[in-house]
Write a protein that binds this ligand. Structure first.
Ligand SMILES: [Zn+2]
Length: 233
């Protein structure tokens, strides 16, 4: 995936943030709006005006509408008849608790099953996904954060794929959990601490140890919950 270059000073664009027309324009516009939603530059619940985005990114309406449609499918944007688009509101404390309860029920078990089924190819895929998350290159902090959120979703989804229960995998995937939880708090702590916890999960996979994998996954999810809880204060 080509990185989007929003501006060359590392700051989020304010109006001069032109999109470089290198890779697919639609993809770049989507990535840029996704990054703004994840980093709360577009605040949860706020209105999103197509015309403003057209001006900000200096593109036509088409890629903006395409991007918003895709984000709507991901639960990050809502479209209301006659009113238009707005950013999805922040998840409620109750939904947050429900999500984490569900994750704690399903993911440690999935990690144990994945560990039992681990092989070189699967471990390689997981190591690569984790490696992408640890990269710190690129000046755009927002983009890095949003990439981390997406990659974390892929990492966890891959583990559930290897656990070989498609129903559980779909159930978790359908919630777009990672997009919602990363949007609760835009802070480097959210990503930095998760890296160490992923290392522990990978170590358990490396030794194909189901008990250790379940334990490491449980610890990761519990720590993730504790990191994000202050968002509700
Ligand atoms: Zn994670």
């Amino acid at each position: 995936m080509q990185p989007v270059i929003l501006s060359n000073n590392g700051e989020a664009p304010t109006g001069a943030g032109r999109i470089q027309r290198a890779s697919s324009l639609a993809e770049d516009v989507y990535e840029a709006i996704f990054a703004q939603l994840m980093s709360l530059k577009i605040a949860p619940g706020s209105r999103i005006t197509v015309d403003n985005l057209v001006k900000e990114f200096d593109v036509s309406h088409t890629p903006i509408r395409e991007a918003l449609g895709r984000l709507e499918g991901e639960g990050l944007v809502l479209k209301t008849h006659l009113i238009g688009y707005r950013a999805a509101p922040q998840i409620s404390r109750r939904r947050f608790d429900e999500l984490y309860e569900m994750r704690l029920l399903l993911e440690p078990h999935g990690a144990a099953k994945a560990a039992a089924a681990m092989d070189e190819a699967k471990l390689g895929t997981l190591l690569e996904a984790a490696g992408v998350m640890s990269r710190r290159e690129g000046k755009d902090e927002r983009l890095r954060y949003s990439n981390f959120a997406r990659q974390d979703a892929i990492f966890h989804d891959k583990i559930m794929e290897y656990a070989e229960n498609e129903l559980i995998r779909e159930t978790l995937g359908y919630q777009h959990t990672h997009f919602h939880i990363f949007r609760l708090m835009y802070h480097s702590r959210v990503t930095e601490e998760a890296l160490d916890e992923h290392e522990a999960i990978l170590a358990a996979f490396g030794s194909a140890d189901p008990d250790a994998a379940a334990k490491a996954m449980r610890a990761h999810i519990e720590h993730s919950r504790d990191r994000l809880l202050p968002a509700f204060d």
